[in-house]
Design a protein around this ligand. Structure first.
Ligand code: SAM
Length: 386
């Protein structure tokens, strides 16, 4: 019966098997074994509301899950690799309203465990989580380290209140705070780890200041081009800087203060040209390391759309670029059998810069994400290929 202890234990076992088969957790490794225990001891279903929106990370369709109406679908979603969306439109839209932005969730178990592994926790460490969401991650951290060692901060008051109830129901009591996590929690610093569970474009220096030298900060780093994120671990040094490495792709909802505003209208001064480069090749390489090369070479470039579109009865593949530091833009249009048509506006010639970064990446032998580094200083951040 749903709700019965053995019911969810069997399901937890299925989820554990999935994470082992997917090589996220390895039973031969001590840290993995602790997280496997956490999965059992901190049941995910205690952190999922009766009505939510399931986003499976495989071929299954997204759907509304309602424990009252269809308990099997609810339990299936909760104990499989689904992100469970718990809020849209900052609470101003129904959770089933597909037109509204996703603004809070219980992230998929796959990515939650990848990030927990990246933390490389040890006993007695103090952790700050930014983005409490449903409280599940905070609960697993508190289960592992002890309530006193963990603080979690959430910007949305209503989300934070539900998380506090969830944590109580699960028997966990980390410090729960409401506010903008980009400032950190200075009164509780220093931390050994800062664990950020929302997307970040610009790393707030406060996190570096509040982390002990030798400690680390993990986060979904959302690349400037805007289409994808990277799992970033920053190691904090004793000279006030932090050096980062990249550990896999990920998609996440953004830190509220770093969401992107809408783009300015297109100006009418575009200059036309052509290129022999197929923009789809650059697009396909973004998640293979090229995205980081673009972040290093041209961090002002955002890709606002890319994909097939019907234009004048023809299917064309279109990539639109925007300048994050001005109102420049570029549009590259690929039609099978023709040279790519490019229109660019603004001083920075966005397509030309993207193409140069792509050629540079190919010339370097397609370096993968693991070869790039980031540095964070009081003056800002930079990505580079050592
Ligand atoms: C993907 S959810 C976090 C999932 C969560 N860790 C869990 O275990 O369920 C991201 C959360 O970050 C929160 N958030 C966004 N911007 C924030 C900010 N500046 N400070 C704190 N939390 C923020 C969102 O409201 C949302 O609840």
């Amino acid at each position: 019966m749903p709700g019965d202890t053995t019911w969810y234990e069997a399901r937890t076992q299925q989820l554990a098997s999935y994470l082992i088969d997917a090589s996220v957790l390895d039973p031969a490794d001590r840290d993995s074994r602790i997280w496997l225990d956490a999965l059992r001891e901190v049941p995910r279903h205690l952190f999922i509301p009766p009505r939510a929106w399931a986003e499976p990370q495989d071929d299954r369709p997204s759907q509304l899950i309602d424990r009252g109406a269809d308990p099997d679908a609810w339990w299936d979603a909760v104990y499989s690799n689904c992100a469970i969306i718990t809020q849209r439109g900052d609470g101003g839209a129904d959770v089933a309203d597909r037109r509204a932005h996703l603004t809070s969730s219980n992230s998929s178990p796959h990515v939650v465990m990848e990030f927990l592994r990246l933390l490389e926790l040890d006993s007695h460490q103090r952790v700050l989580e930014v983005g409490t969401g449903t409280g599940w991650t905070a609960a697993m951290l508190a289960w592992r380290l002890g309530d006193d060692q963990v603080a979690t901060i959430e910007v949305d008051e209503a989300v934070a209140a539900v998380a506090a109830e969830n944590l109580k129901a699960a028997g966990m009591a980390p410090a729960t705070l409401v506010g903008g996590g980009e400032l950190g929690v200075p009164e509780r610093a220093p931390f050994d780890r800062v664990h950020v569970t929302c997307g970040v474009r610009h790393v707030p220096y406060e996190w570096v200041e509040q982390t002990r030298p030798g400690g680390s900060i993990v986060m979904p780093y959302m690349l400037p081009h805007g289409q994808w994120g990277e799992q970033l671990r920053l190691d904090v040094l004793d000279d006030g800087t932090a050096v980062g490495s990249f550990h896999g792709g990920c998609g996440f909802m953004m830190l509220r203060s770093q969401r992107r505003d809408s783009w300015p209208p297109y100006s009418e001064d575009g200059v036309e040209g052509t290129t022999r480069v197929d923009p789809r090749a650059a697009w396909a390489a973004l998640n293979q390391g090229f995205g980081l090369n673009l972040a290093a070479a041209a961090p002002h470039i955002a890709i606002s759309t890319a994909g097939w579109e019907q234009q004048d009865d023809d299917w064309t593949w279109v990539m639109r670029l925007r300048d994050l530091r001005g109102d420049g833009w570029a549009i590259a249009t690929f039609r099978p059998g023709e040279e790519t048509h490019v229109v660019q506006s603004g001083d920075r010639q966005l397509w030309t810069a993207l193409e140069a970064a792509f050629m540079e990446w190919l010339r370097a032998g397609r370096p993968g994400r693991g070869e790039y580094r980031m540095i964070v200083t009081p003056g800002g951040q930079d990505v580079w290929l050592p």
